[in-house]
Write a protein that binds this ligand. Sequence first.
Ligand code: NG6
Ligand code: CA
Length: 556
Amino acid sequence: MNLSSFGNNGTSKEGNWSGLIQVSFFCFFLMLIGGCSEKASTNPQKPNIIIIYADDVGYGDLSSYGATEIETPNLDRLAAGGIRFTNAYATSAMCTPSRYSLLTGKYAFRHESAGILSAEDPLIIEPGSTTLPQMLEEAGYITSIIGKWHLGLGEKKEPINWNGEIKAGPLEVGFDQSFILPVTNDRIPTVFVEGHHVYQLSEEDEPLRVKYPEEGDHQYQEQQFGQGDASSPQVPQPLVGNLPSGHTHPEKLRYPADAQHSGTIVNGVSRIGYMSGGHSAWWDDEQMAATFVEKSESFIQENSENPFFLYLSLPENHVPRIPNSRFQDSSGTGLRGDAILELDWVVGEILNTLESNTLRDKSLVIFSSDNGPVFFDGYEDGALQKHNGHDPSGIYSGGKYTAYEGGTRMPTIVSWPGQIEAGTESDALISQVDLLASLAALVDVKLHDGNLDSKNVLDVLMGESEIGRDHLVQQSSDGLALKKGPWKYIEAGSRSGWAYNRHNISETPLNTDPLEDHEYLFNLEEDPEESKNVASKFPEKVKEMRSLLEEIKQAK
Ligand code: NG6
Ligand code: CA
């Protein structure tokens, strides 16, 4: 008998307390007669933990999740060796909030600054607070982040000096080592930061300077110039230095960009924001995947005797999609598909490294993505025109930014050979916010922060239980949604803005009233595509879901 899926470390306000108390008494009684084993707490195990976190990869993007136009053999190998989750979620349909939840165990809507960040935004995780790497460090792990960070750097008061010490960042919130892409690959600066310093920045270089347009500038540019019209006499000039930008030199671009992505050109692609100097440190987009593989391999090899935690946060499939030339034109589905193949290659390299170091059986590997897919996200890179029938949201509607299932339901694979049964599938409801409490249970660390949204679903992750969460919150760019049982409730206002992006394969509005500002209720069992709003048919259910969401929002 295994009861540990009921345990939530007392961390959540959403738990069924009376059930928990009953179970605790029952468990206590069984313990007296020697029959209750809470595997995670009485027999802690310390496998290496590797979270491979992809960017903008959708539910339908992997062949193990039904893709037919794209083959992902390495991710399929991972799935064949573990559990494939079909009801697992990121907390949000955007990057920063999902990553915030993954690392802190808290819903990001509780944090006023956890929106999509720029390179001028400070760190949004409080140094010294409970985080996934800090918890694992406490359990004796060596912890490292390699890849995309996007949770802010530095402090509020002072802008970052990119030529000096860059702090606070990952090292201040629990990572022992860090090699990061600081923001997004479509944002300036296009440099890596290792520890507290820009990687490979030469002192001989002009100082690296970074500047983003103010909100007002964005709108001004967009209204005035649309897609960076160089023939206009008022072409926006760089806000720092005088390097070519998408506005000033559109003829230098691999592909056209929208006004916001028309800042400094790096490797033939204009980015959000402006940069000058620091040229020695600029990354080569085509080598990025190989760089992260190389850094990961060294970290794994150097720590083969320790339990280690590697948060490998890959930029594929975020724009701009500039895979290595080996992958360009390899998928038959345009650059978006090519980037998925590159991601799959990285996963294969990591698995091979674990195997060749005889670490595979000692390693728990978790793969997921931060938010749903998108074709056009600022660049005319042909992704939409060349999809060749590949639908990255699978059977679901929507994608990145949206409250629909495609925004947050993520391909999620958990594998630990010898401990988790291979080739299995689970439809238990889980969220990435649960990793903190679940992994804490695995390594037997008691969490000090009592205000977490994270629930211990370790038994579900281990394939020992099908009982996941009762409900979870999905954050879109415009509001919140709540999923409970077959029901999905979307609060009023949540479908504006990006709602036209309902079905990503066409990005044409299938929805007849995309901007209606009212509540939605869907029965996902009967209508997984979220096409029939049944709110007026089930007013009591709407009321119940609305008040549960309100209760979760109010919880502190
Ligand atoms: C948006 C960008 C988008 C992408 C996103 C972050 C515009 C118009 N759009 O603001 O291109 O960079 O931020 O994506 O600027 S995420 O996956 O990191 O959340
Ligand atoms: Ca993302």
